[in-house]
Design a protein around this ligand. Structure first.
Ligand SMILES: Cc1ncc(COP(=O)(O)O)c(C=O)c1O
Length: 394
């Protein structure tokens, strides 16, 4: 048990049973790929069965409407306009769509923080390299001070800065960046913004229209608990023309869909037409997104999030405190995921020890010479899970 008293210790045991997590594993890594409740998976399977009853009817004639309904439910949840939101498989794809659509001149630059996700750093590095542009990182010092972030990034802007790329919640360090303020400051300087919200939907309340990014990508398969492969891209209306889909398909054809009468190829706007149809693929993960949203609502997820944050906060204090290490941020700088500093010298060895000896699935991350266990606490986690982690680490 945790040595600090937990003010609301009762975890509804039923919540754990609603997920398919292996009971033999203490699963504290929701952050990497999420976890999907059984009933949301069942909703996805129902869509797959429905498709197979008549694939032509489903994909060719019904999918545009079905996708629009799912997009509307998601956009409503995220505070965005459905016509500005399209489904994509994941955030990495979204970052690629934007990066590969941006025309850069030699000497132009894309600015990001040094807290970005490695695969997206690689995307920007490659895209910039190919066009003779530069991808530059602004160092965000730790311990983290949210109020200094925008000023620091904007101070690094030059006349050649074309776009600012930043995570809403960072990967290895789990910090919430002040993206609304960043987008406003960039807009005032005429610089485009792309926000990587891979971890944000479902973990923190979102109003994407108020954030005001030119482009915002995110995942539903992480904290919204939707099936794997359910990502989205929101593009401001005045920026949609510049985007190309990663797969050029019917939406680009002059009489898209006309010859076959397939509505799916059409879409209502040019943006929808370009992005929606990318060849035959399984739409079921996206169609089950409204079920995931409904699941979280039905199970009182605001309270679940509060409880998870509290458990994570206690774990942070116990583990870091035992080792005499200071947290890298205040409690309100992170949500259900927290980077807990540990004195390990070999991160991979620690990860293996936690899994092999304690059956604890948790990533061990590094940043600027520091090592962290990145703890994710989700609704299915119990106080006992957290106690086991604390015991294994102190
Ligand atoms: C900040 C951030 N961006 C992007 C991603 C990539 O997500 P996906 O693999 O779903 O594209 C991750 C994955 O953990 C992430 O942490």
């Amino acid at each position: 048990m945790l040595s600090h008293a937990v003010s609301s210790p009762t975890v509804p045991p039923s919540l754990r049973d609603l997920f398919a997590i292996d009971p033999g594993v203490i699963f504290l890594n929701h952050g990497s790929f999420g976890a999907c409740p059984r009933e949301v998976l069942e909703a996805q399977w129902q869509w797959q069965l429905e498709m197979e009853r008549n694939p032509v009817e489903f994909l060719g004639r019904r999918s545009a409407d079905l996708l629009f309904r799912a997009r509307t439910a998601l956009a409503t949840e995220l505070g965005a306009r459905p016509e500005n939101l399209v489904f994509i498989p994941n955030s990495t794809t979204g970052v690629n769509v934007v990066a590969q659509s941006l025309t850069l001149e030699p000497g132009d630059e894309v600015l990001a923080t040094n807290l970005e996700y490695g695969a997206c750093d690689a995307t920007w590095q490659r895209v910039c390299e190919k066009q003779g542009a530069h991808y530059r990182h602004v160092t965000i010092p730790l311990p983290f001070e949210s109020h200094g972030v925008v000023e620091r990034i904007m101070a690094a802007v030059t006349p050649r800065t074309r776009l600012i790329f930043a995570s809403h919640i960072t990967s290895t360090t789990a910090l919430i960046l002040p993206v609304a303020e960043l987008c406003a400051a960039a807009r005032a300087r005429g610089i485009l913004t792309l926000i990587d919200g891979a971890h944000a939907p479902g973990q923190i309340p979102l109003s994407l229209d108020s954030i005001g990014a030119d482009f915002y990508v995110g995942n539903c398969h992480k904290w919204l608990c939707a099936p794997k492969g359910s990502g989205f891209l929101v593009a401001a209306a005045d920026q949609q023309d510049r985007l190309d889909a990663s797969v050029i398909s019917w939406g680009y054809a002059e009489h898209s869909g006309g010859h076959s009468g397939f509505d799916a190829y059409l879409g209502n706007t040019a943006f929808e037409r370009k992005m929606q149809w990318q060849g035959t693929r399984d739409l079921s993960a996206w169609l089950a997104v409204p079920d995931a949203i409904e699941f979280l609502k039905r199970h009182g997820w605001s309270e679940v999030r509060r409880r998870c944050h509290q458990l994570a906060s206690q774990a942070l204090k116990e583990i870091a405190g035992q080792h005499g290490l200071s947290p890298i941020a205040r409690d309100n700088d992170w949500a259900q995921m927290v980077a807990i500093p540990v004195p390990a010298t070999d991160p991979e060895l620690l990860r293996q020890r936690l899994f092999n000896e304690h059956r604890i699935e948790i990533p061990v991350t590094t940043h600027a010479d520091a090592v962290f266990v990145r703890l994710s606490v989700q609704g299915y986690n119990t106080e006992e899970d957290i106690s086991r982690l604390v015991e294994a680490l102190v």
